[in-house]
Design a binder for this molecule. Structure first.
Ligand code: GLA
Length: 371
């Protein structure tokens, strides 16, 4: 394994443990996690592998096979972390006294900038490896929560629990139905091939700069709407018409999205349980329109990808993840895969957009030890 070889070359001994954690796509349930709602992500075949040996002197030495110079970054203190190293150091910081330093080599193959949660994969891989070598006995959900806390408190991104939970808990061939309030979860079989279907990721290769600020703004709008409605979170809205009558402007639109999106997650899970996989397309489409028009987190590239995929024969399509660029997913009958790709590529070329990248997504295994 090349990450083990790189570890040996850099640090002069074999790593004590090696863990792999995947990225994710979200089938449905967007911007619902921080509203105590429901999500349905699945792990993608790409992820991050972390080879690790603990240290006792507080020093952190980090090597990434993806960094240009191939030299380890050596940090004497947590404050020394910059850029991508913050995701790793944040996890160590959240473990406090339980962990001193570590030698870590990282190898990742999550397509960068595609919105497939490479940062969650990195956090969960490192958290899982530390849990293992220190015998901390943390559950996958506890590791997900720790990783989220690292991202919230150390990196400063106010994300919900979805990405880290997906990376830690997903099972191969399944989507993860997660209640983001109780943190109860269930694996739902997702055998697309058995229905002659494929899930195509359309990576727009565009990531808009303002995404972080807009994310925090949406979150604040939802919290403010919940306060006005006198509920702990938008998850608790039962009378949608009554709630909308009491809100205005953006808060009204955000609320309508979140409440209807939660119902779409439950409906989609119902269809999957009934084996009506082909029928989920309509819910994917409705989710996209809601994210575009009510939550306002789509982008022209994502909208064109969705429209062109449908034109090419997809049963349904939507943006996935936080939005403002990143990827869309399309549910495509296998015999239409080529048509859909041609349709999207042609629509992009016509508008002078950067060519999109197509990736087939099959539900993969969550975090696991590989050596
Ligand atoms: C990002 C966040 C998640 C979630 C999605 C939107 O991926 O990290 O917690 O809020 O956006 O559904």
């Amino acid at each position: 394994m090349r990450v083990v070889e790189a570890f040996r070359a850099a640090f002069g001994a074999s790593p004590q443990t090696v863990w792999r954690a995947p990225g994710r796509v979200n089938l449905i349930g967007e911007h619902t996690d921080y509203n105590d709602g429901f999500v349905l992500p699945f792990a993608v075949p790409w992820g991050v592998t972390a080879a690790l040996t603990p240290r006792t002197d507080g020093v952190i030495r980090l090597l990434s096979l993806q960094s240009a110079d191939g030299e380890p970054v050596v940090m004497e203190a947590r404050e020394d972390s910059r850029g991508w190293t913050r995701y790793v150091v944040g996890v160590l910081a959240m473990l406090g006294d339980r962990v001193a330093g570590a030698d870590i080599a990282i190898d990742g193959d999550v397509p960068q900038g595609a919105g497939l949660s490479s940062s969650a994969a990195l956090e969960v891989a490192v958290a899982s490896a530390l849990n293992d070598v220190h015998g901390l006995g943390m559950t996958p959900m506890e590791l997900a929560l720790l990783s989220q806390k690292a991202e919230n408190d150390f990196v400063g991104m106010p994300c919900g629990i979805m990405d880290q939970a997906a990376s830690a808990l997903c099972e191969e061939g399944h989507a993860l139905f997660l209640d983001c309030r109780s943190l109860g979860s269930r694996s739902i079989p997702l055998d697309l091939a058995a229905h002659g279907l494929s899930m195509l990721i359309i990576d727009t290769q565009v990531h808009h700069e303002h995404a972080g600020g807009e994310y925090a703004k949406r979150r604040a709008e939802c919290e403010s709407a919940a306060r006005k409605l006198g509920v702990p979170a938008l998850r608790d809205v039962t009378d949608l018409a009554g709630a909308l009558a009491r809100l205005q402007g953006d808060e009204r639109k955000r609320t309508e999205h979140v409440v209807t999106e939660n119902h779409r997650v439950e409906a989609l899970v119902g269809l999957l349980r009934a084996g009506a996989v082909t029928e989920i397309g309509a819910l994917l489409n409705a989710s996209h329109l809601s994210l575009r028009d009510l939550y306002e987190v789509s982008s022209p590239e994502l909208d064109v990808a969705v429209e062109a995929a449908l034109k090419g024969g997809a049963r349904g399509a939507r943006m996935t993840g936080g939005g403002f660029g990143g990827s869309a997913i399309a549910l495509v009958p296998v015999e239409r895969l080529e048509n859909v790709q041609e349709s999207v590529s042609a629509a992009y070329a016509e508008r002078g957009y950067h060519a999109p990248r197509f990736l087939p997504a099959t539900p993969a295994q969550g975090a696991h030890r590989i050596a």
